[in-house]
Each structure stands twice: as C-alpha cells, then as structure tokens.
Design a protein around this ligand. Structure first.
Ligand SMILES: *Cc1c(COP(=O)(O)O)cnc(C)c1O
Length: 502
C-alpha cells in the first residue's frame, strides 16, 4: 500500500509524500501533517519481531510509513544505522529495572543526553539525504536547495537540534538562547561544537524574546525565500515516526522478563505530546499496550483535558516555570494530531475532510477564546487508551530523593514526574500491571534541581555520582558564541546573513 500524508486542518483531499511533509514541517494551513491511514503490523509480528535489534525494528516500522519509491531499502537501512551509531549504548534505548513492576526506558544515551536525540539524529540525516538527492539533479549553475534552521531554546532542546544537524551538507543551523539564563552545561554543549554550519546566538534578553525573534523571521517572506528557513521543532512528522521504535523495543524486552500475558503500560513525561503520540501510533498499528499514561508537570493542559474534556490554554496564568522546564508549555502542539484521529473515528463515514474541517473549527476557537470543549464521545475514546496525572515541583524533588534512597538511582526531574505518576497508578491497581516509565534526560543536564534534591545526603557528589566524563570535558573546550546585545530581529537577521555570506 502506498503511504500518503495530509494536513490535520485541511477539508480537501490531499496526498502528500513523506519527503514533502518532512521538508515542510508545518502545513501552510497551520495544521500538522499525518498519515490518514495508520499502517497495520504483520499478523505474526509478536513472534517475528520480538528478537530484532533496535535498528532492525526501526527499519520495519519506518518501512511501513515511507514508500520504497521515496527511500529504497538500502538507503533507509543506512540512514538508520548512521543515526544510531552516535549512541553510547549498544541497545540504543536500554531498559533499567527499578523494581518488579517499574522499568525505566532510558532514552538519554544519545549525543546530548536527552530523549530528543532519538528523533533528531534521524531527522538531520534525512534532511541531508533529501537535499543531496535534490541537488544531484540540478544543472550546473542552478541554485542549490538549502535549509537554514532557526530555533530558540531555553537550554535543553537546542543542543539536540545542533547535534542532529552538525556537519550536514546544505544545512545551516542557528540557535538563539537567552544570555546567562541557561545552565553552564547546556551552554557548553551547544557552543563547543566545531562544525562550521552550526551557529549559536546568545541574545541579551529572555527566552520569550528569542522565540518572538524566531517567529518574526519565519514570517518574513523575503528572508525566507532567500535562506529557506526551516524548523526542527516537535511538530515535524519524522520526529514522531522515529520515536515509535522504542515503544516496540522496550515492549519486547519487558515481555521477555515478565511473560507474554502480563499487561504493559507506558508512562510518559509530556509537554508537547510528541513523545507519547509515538506510543499512540504504536498502539494503533497493533502493539498490545494496556494504557498510555500522560504525566504532566504544573503546566497541566493535557491532564485537565483528560479529566474534563476542556482544552483550555489558561493564558491569564501563563506558563509556569517548573523544575522540568522541557515540559513547560501552555498548549501541546502535537495533541492536534491525536484529536484528528479521535474526531475522524467519531464520524459515521470516517471522512478525512470532515475531520479536518471540525478540527480547524476547534483550533479557531482555541485561538479566539483560548479554549474549546470536545464532545463526550471523543473524550471517552481518548480515555480507552490514555490516562493522565499531574506532578508538582515538591513531588518532583521528593521522587528524586526517594528513588535515590530506595533504588540507588538518580532521576532527572522530567523522569521524576513520570516515576511519581507511575507509583500513583501502581497503588490504585487491582491486579499486577507492569510499567515502563520513560526516562527522558540524563540527570547531569538538570544539575540544579538534582542537587537541590540530593545535596543533603552526606555521600552524594554531583561530580562523582552524576556527571559523565564526556560532559566534564566540555568545559575545557573552546566556545563559539555570537553575542547579540539586544533582542532585535534585524540584528539577528544580520548575524545570519554575515555567517552565510550571501
Ligand atoms: C521535550 C522533552 C520532554 C517532553 O516531550 P514532549 O514530546 O514535548 O511531550 C520531556 N522531557 C525532556 C527531557 C524533554 O526534552
């Protein structure tokens, strides 16, 4: 079957290719791209896939979403091998036992020690693959296809983008961050990369200033036409796709430990809903997951939706700065994709165009009134597979402490939000259920919070117990930073022009 893609907000038939959706990112109508038909697993996959390596599983899964005519088998295999060769663990995403019922899925063995590497290592290679192919067809003297990725980071996600795109042909990357407001390790990670296509702009302002500048650059048609500004934020379909592999991989691993008949749930520390959405695709393809549990911090729009059916932005309250900053969001951008499937399944004739039109209407309400309410049937449909909980700062710290004393394991604050949620669900269970709690970052990346939780323990030392050698060495490397002395769009644009020299 040929796989095609469409926008969540479109009310017309659309048949876009995988390459189109990856290279475009966001649809021109403001929607997100998705496959309207989710491919189904081969009927014997539980038997035939259970012993496959991470890369072999990735190939089988991705093959179902990307037509061979777009990426032939050999090329897809090479892209996968290249993407995961940068990981420190042979298993790529190993499972770590915490106790009989909780296993952590460690997603932080990539180059920047955070889960976003799993997707961004692949996305970088994919960009290069498509650009190289396009440019090889160009005639002499014809303009080359390029991408200039521009993004803002509050510290955590910029480095994953940089490490995904470093050294990629015809790709340049500019990451803006607020001067003095990100941790030293985060700054070192971003600014010590030597590749000439990587540029870090330290902007004398706030994270919001950085984001506004990026938005304004995206809106500048003339600048865009010239530099082909692209984004690698979590709405890119390729990211969701690449994240599906670890749901399968960890599911098979755990089944081998606990037996085939035990129920398995995933608990996912969530912000923009990209990580857990990959789990939803795995489930819809046929992976027999019992539940997907959304764990939010105090920015709890997803938890509120699951409980009430109201999706409300709470603009007046604003984003709360929590101990798990990578989950500090007002709305969850990828939730729109889930809503589309739920709406479509709720229409009698399962019509894609009608689903797009309804969703478009909800998104308008969200924009105009800051909220919308989903019909009961849609919320109930969501509840058949999703559940949720919310964890505050105090509980995050407590969980890091408890896991350290009880399990001799140091959690990062995002992972702690998931583990707290997991233990709460465990206490309610009437039967033994097994949990895979996703670990989304290495604790060294969030030293301040981890130290706040553990400094009172006499034997604890951040340098000795948490900080990996590789990150220690970063402080000895030379930093490359371009300072932008005020949050000015024109100064940032000028800096980009100066670097690209055309
Ligand atoms: C991005 C991120 C998350 C949240 O993932 P979403 O896909 O946005 O839900 C959680 N933890 C860490 C460390 C992250 O970087």
């Amino acid at each position: 079957m040929s796989q095609v893609y469409r926008s969540t907000r479109s009310d017309k038939p659309e048949e876009l290719s995988f390459e189109d959706v990856v290279m475009t990112g966001l649809a021109p109508d403001g929607g997100l791209y998705l496959p309207s038909e989710i491919p189904q697993l081969p009927s014997n996959f539980l038997e035939t896939w259970k012993d496959l390596s991470f890369n072999e599983l990735a190939f089988n899964i991705l093959r179902l979403y990307i037509n061979e005519s777009e990426i032939p088998n050999e090329d897809l295999k090479n892209l996968i091998t290249k993407s995961y060769s940068t990981f420190r663990s042979e298993e790529i995403t190993p499972l770590q036992k915490i106790n009989d019922q909780i296993h952590l899925l460690e997603l932080f063995h990539g180059p920047t020690y955070a889960f976003k590497d799993v997707a961004l290592q692949f996305v970088g290679n994919l960009f290069e693959y498509f650009l190289t192919r396009r440019n090889s067809k160009k005639l002499k003297g014809e303009e080359r296809d390029i991408i200039t990725v521009v993004g803002a980071t509050s510290g955590d996600t910029g480095s994953a983008a940089i490490y995904g795109l470093r050294g990629k042909k015809d790709v340049s990357v500019f990451i803006l961050y607020p001067t003095g407001r990100i941790s030293p390790i985060q700054e070192e990670q971003m600014t010590t990369v030597e590749d000439s296509n990587v540029h870090t702009l330290s902007v004398n302002g706030t994270f919001d200033d950085c984001q506004d500048i990026v938005k304004s650059i995206f809106g500048d048609k003339e600048f865009n036409d010239k530099y082909h500004v692209g984004a690698v934020n979590s709405i890119n379909w390729a990211r969701i796709l690449a994240q599906q592999t670890y749901y399968f991989y960890s599911f098979f691993k755990l089944q081998k430990i606990i037996g085939n008949n035990s129920k398995i749930r995933f608990v996912v520390p969530s912000g923009n809903f990209g990580d857990i959405l990959a789990g939803y695709y795995a489930y819809k393809m046929g992976l027999p997951v019992d539940k997907l549990i959304i764990a939010t911090n105090e920015n709890d729009i997803l938890d509120r939706f699951m409980k009430t059916g109201e999706y409300a932005k709470q603009q007046e309250i604003g984003v709360k700065a929590t101990y798990s900053p990578a989950m500090d969001i007002l709305i969850s951008s990828n939730f729109e994709r889930l809503l589309w499937y739920l709406i479509r399944d709720n229409i009698t004739d399962k019509n894609d165009e009608k689903a797009g039109s309804i969703l478009n209407d909800w998104m308008k309400q969200l924009k105009e009134n800051g909220k919308f309410t989903a019909p009961k049937e849609v919320v109930e449909k969501a509840r058949t597979i999703f559940d949720s909980d919310r964890v505050d700062n105090k509980e995050t710290i407590e969980t890091i402490k408890e896991t350290y004393t009880q399990n001799k394991y140091i959690l990062d604050p995002h992972t702690a939000v998931g583990v707290r949620t997991t233990t709460r669900f465990l206490k309610k269970d009437q039967e033994p259920i097994n949990y895979i709690s996703l670990s989304t970052a290495h604790p060294a990346k969030f030293s301040e919070v981890v130290n706040k939780a553990l400094d009172t323990f006499e034997n604890y030392s951040f340098e000795k117990d948490v900080l990996p050698d590789e990150l220690k060495q970063l402080s000895t490397k030379e930093k490359r930073i371009k300072l932008i002395d005020e949050p000015s769009v024109s100064k940032v644009k000028q800096a980009i022009k100066d670097e690209l020299k055309f």
